[in-house]
Design a protein around this ligand. Structure first.
Ligand code: G3H
Ligand code: ZN
Length: 279
């Protein structure tokens, strides 16, 4: 089916108080696994490609991005294809031109006024093309490899940021930290509720890999909607690949060890999607 507007998916999920799973595509196998998982559950899913992953894939969005779009368009469930953590406005334009229907413009490292101005400019050209925009206020801890889950978003600042920029979804800092391999982060659910009450758009949790199942469910109940997961899938994928290689030193066909890793991603995404849908 054609791509589905992330705004429609997110508003529906927010009203129903369910979570919307957004999973990073590091290798193309992840896109296949994530869509197969969503189909097996009959639930929507967001495939997301980060600026960092684009750098890994030769520095061009088109080859991996077009493949993701093709996989999404063949899906039997609603799928959105999202550009994740783009610090470059030009890359946001490229994603829109390629057919992505959602972008995250990440100006969180910029000085506040500059972040608001450039986010508003991204919103203008994205909305003209029917593309949704996620942005970030209050840098989520750990993005630069620093384990710093102390950043917090102020609810009133968040509301003003949305009003100033016109973004459709807002990533907030509530205790999670990027790239954690242990699920030990503790989220401030009271703050999530306060931001939820102050902000008129669905909220996004980054760094969800570091949060336990119970923590994610509590965050969704408190008002979190889009749940971004990457590292947790990498951990499972890599451990299965490592086991497959250790079990047979003669293995040379990548399909024989990457395949089991992909199956692990599919199973875990299906489990998480059901958890977020609270069923
Ligand atoms: O934008 C992507 C996410 O925030 C993923 O973070 O790798 O810590 O799950 P994570
Ligand atoms: Zn993130």
């Amino acid at each position: 089916m054609p791509l589905v507007d992330i705004r429609k998916m997110a508003v529906k999920a927010a009203v129903e108080k369910t979570g919307l799973g957004a999973f990073n595509v590091v290798l193309l196998e992840f896109a296949h696994a994530e869509v197969e998982a969503a189909e097996s559950c009959g639930l929507p899913v967001i495939l997301q490609l980060s600026e960092n992953a684009i750098k890994y894939h030769g520095g061009h969005i088109a080859p991996i991005g077009k493949a993701m779009l093709a996989i999404a368009e063949q899906a039997s469930v609603p799928v959105a294809v999202h550009l994740d953590h783009a610090e470059s406005v030009d890359l946001c334009r490229e994603a829109v031109d390629l057919g992505f229907n959602s972008v995250m413009y990440d100006g969180s490292k910029l000085e506040d006024l500059e972040n608001r101005k450039s986010t508003a400019a991204v919103v203008e050209f994205c909305h003209a093309a029917g593309v949704a925009v996620e942005a970030e206020l209050g840098e989520v801890g750990g993005k630069d490899g620093v384990h710093s889950p102390t950043a917090r978003t102020n609810p009133e600042d968040a509301a003003k940021f949305v009003a100033d920029t016109g973004v459709d979804l807002l990533a907030v800092a509530v205790g999670s930290s990027h790239a954690m391999t242990e699920r030990s982060a503790v989220l401030d659910t009271g703050l999530i509720s306060r931001i939820r009450d102050a902000v008129p758009v669905p909220l996004v949790l980054h760094g969800s890999s570091g949060v336990s199942d119970e923590g994610i469910v509590a965050a969704i109940e408190a008002g979190m909607t889009k749940i971004n997961v990457s590292t947790h899938l990498n951990v499972g994928f890599t451990s299965v690949v490592r086991e497959a290689l250790a079990a047979n030193e003669k293995l040379v066909d990548p399909r024989k060890y990457v395949g089991p890793g992909r199956e692990n991603v599919r199973n875990e995404v299906a489990r998480l999607l059901n958890l977020y849908a609270r069923r």
